[in-house]
Design a protein around this ligand. Structure first.
Ligand SMILES: NC(=O)c1ccc[n+]([C@@H]2O[C@H](COP(=O)([O-])OP(=O)(O)OC[C@H]3O[C@@H](n4cnc5c(N)ncnc54)[C@H](O)[C@@H]3O)[C@@H](O)[C@H]2O)c1
Length: 254
């Protein structure tokens, strides 16, 4: 049956692959993105987030079968606070802003985390994110390195989705996350070009147990599975799609 989905970050990379996969099955997909979307909005700003929510509500008055807050920036972005604003605060604000639309159709949410999420401890920055203290979290992000800002933003996304999954379940909404490893996208290309981070990313890429970095379509396939019958009894789960990197780094961490 044709579904109605909304997502952020559907213009390029993993988001574009998710949009294409859903459209292949005949679903309608509304995209929020910086320039190339059905709704154009800068999600680093409060006003842009509100424009995105208002736009989705206008285009999908009968509810949503699915929502994917996929827009994100990588660790090469400066200042690092943009990572906190886009990867965490915008993802959470947009999801909160469409919850009633999801409730109307017993919709599902798939958050886009990262296998970098468990690479940082649950620290003070993660707590500020989860407490919704945007300006304080941004100040802290700008005082630290961008890898911590990035991994911390994804760590917080994982905690947020698990913390909220019980309440959402009672409203008939399922929420799960995917944790991609290194995937070939414009975001990854920017990190590879970065003077400080490029070599470390190349070295890390060389250690992927399955032998190569991922393709956006491989992430989109799993997102599609979570929206299908296999996702019916799943909520609060995090699926790693990373060529085995997380298992290699933390074999006993489950
Ligand atoms: N590529 C990877 O290796 C990788 C790994 C793990 C997780 N992820 C996550 O996957 C998601 C997609 O990343 P990608 O690699 O496809 O990157 P990408 O750069 O190809 O796509 C990101 C999308 O988000 C949009 N976006 C960025 N800033 C925005 C803003 N301020 N307002 C509105 N839209 C904005 C971009 O325009 C783009 O369409 C991100 O959340 C990223 O953190 C990526």
């Amino acid at each position: 049956m044709m579904g109605i989905y909304a997502m952020s970050g559907g213009a390029t990379g993993i988001g574009a692959a998710i949009r294409e996969r859903l459209c292949q099955d005949g679903h309608k997909v509304i995209v929020v993105d910086l320039n190339d979307g059905d709704i154009c909005a800068d999600l680093s700003e409060y006003a842009g987030r509100q424009r995105a929510i208002d736009g989705i509500r206008q285009l999908c008055p009968d509810g949503l079968d699915g929502f994917i807050p996929c827009a994100g920036v990588g660790p090469s972005v400066r200042p690092p606070s943009l990572i906190a604003r886009i990867n965490y605060f915008a993802a959470v604000a947009l999801t909160e802003g469409v919850l009633d639309l999801l409730e109307m159709r017993k919709g599902r949410i798939v958050m886009i985390a990262s296998n970098s999420a468990p690479m940082v401890e649950h620290n003070d920055y993660v707590d500020l994110l989860l407490d919704g203290k945007e300006e304080e979290a941004c100040e802290l992000a700008d005082s630290r390195d961008t890898h911590s800002a990035y991994a911390g933003s994804k760590h917080a996304i994982c905690c947020w989705l698990r913390r909220r999954s019980g309440e959402f379940a009672r409203r008939g909404i399922r929420i799960n996350g995917v944790a991609p490893g290194i995937v070939r996208t414009p975001l990854t290309d920017k990190v590879l070009d970065d003077k400080e981070l490029g070599q470390a990313m190349r070295d890390f890429g060389d250690t992927v147990p399955l032998g190569s970095i991922g393709q956006p379509q491989q992430i989109a396939e799993m997102v599609n599975v979570l929206f299908g019958p296999a996702g019916e009894y799943m909520t609060g789960s995090l699926v790693f799609i990373d060529g085995g990197h997380d298992a290699m780094l933390r074999p006993d961490g489950f």
